[in-house]
Design a protein around this ligand. Sequence first.
Ligand SMILES: [Zn+2]
Length: 390
Amino acid sequence: MSPEISEARALDHLMALLRIEGLSGDEGAVADEVRRRLIEAGWPASAIRHDGAARRLGPNFKVGNLIARLPGRAGGARRMFVGHMDTVPLCRRAVPVRKDGRIVARGATAVRADNRTAVAAIVTAAEALRTSGARHPPLTLLFTIAEEIGLHGAKEVRPADLGRPAMAFNFDSGDPARIIVGAIGATRWEAVLHGRSSHAGMHPEEGVSAMLAAGRAIAELGDRGWFGRIRRGRQAGTANVGIIRGGEATNQVTDLVTVRGECRSHRAAFLTRITAAYEAAFRRAARSVRNVRGQRASVEFRTQSDYRAFRLPESHPAVCTALRAARDLGLHPVTEVVDGGLDANPLVEKGIPTVTLGAGQHGAHSVDEYVDIAEYLAGCRLALRLMTAD
Ligand SMILES: [Zn+2]
């Protein structure tokens, strides 16, 4: 007989974890609770530890990723289960309450469903696994830090610390029947425009306005279809200018403006093309602004890959395993790709094929966030099935 989860235990784990504060970089209390509950469930304390991610990331990060490893009670390749511990600032001081088939926040906050549903589902499955004595392949549990502010925990994790799993199941979504097999890639950029200051009323012709250059670049990008949703034939992506900082006084021609934004696409080559369009527009705009002496503005343009796009084929063993487990539970799974970054992006980049699944979170990053309890319990069963099934 296949092992079963206890609904009462599943809800106890979830309510306890939903109550704990844990903003990005400050996940210690969440990690302690997870560790305590795993040990209570019979996981050896020596098998649960923090990695060195916090030390590598710097003083704003209090604890590393929490990693638990268990040798197999049968053959098979190592499987990993992932959930991020941190929550967005909108969850601050959240008080979760049960309401009909949901869990919502009592006041005007988000409820931490993103992503404590995942953490609790993994703990629930890990507990049921130990109490049932079921056979299972070698397992790794990875509870990541700082997902919400740039996938930092997953980016910093070292495959050797994880026992080099053959595949991973990341929980960070709602409906457990939606199997996320791919995610978009993103690049951040920064344009630093340099001009020359002069008195804006007495000698404006002596000045080179970095502000004017920034405005021209952004207007040109918009006019040419490189702003917002972007389509070029069959290629698609998005781009945004998110931050402009510059200027000290209204009577001074602006000599320094910094503009920051991001570009996204599922295709790496097209992502490079969008980013190149941004660089070219800022260079043209800087050259176009000059003073009476012929001095021009200049630009330093820097890019940084945020995360790379990936898409696992439907035939990939990780995808097949997830689809089979979902069908075994009576779900009707469908695969999809998403337009946001996930912990799966850096894990795939490190050579760990990762599928992302749901455990009942909805309305993430909004005050309308809630847990769908039926979906959460289905997510717990899916995690347990993936820990034990072939
Ligand atoms: Zn999340």
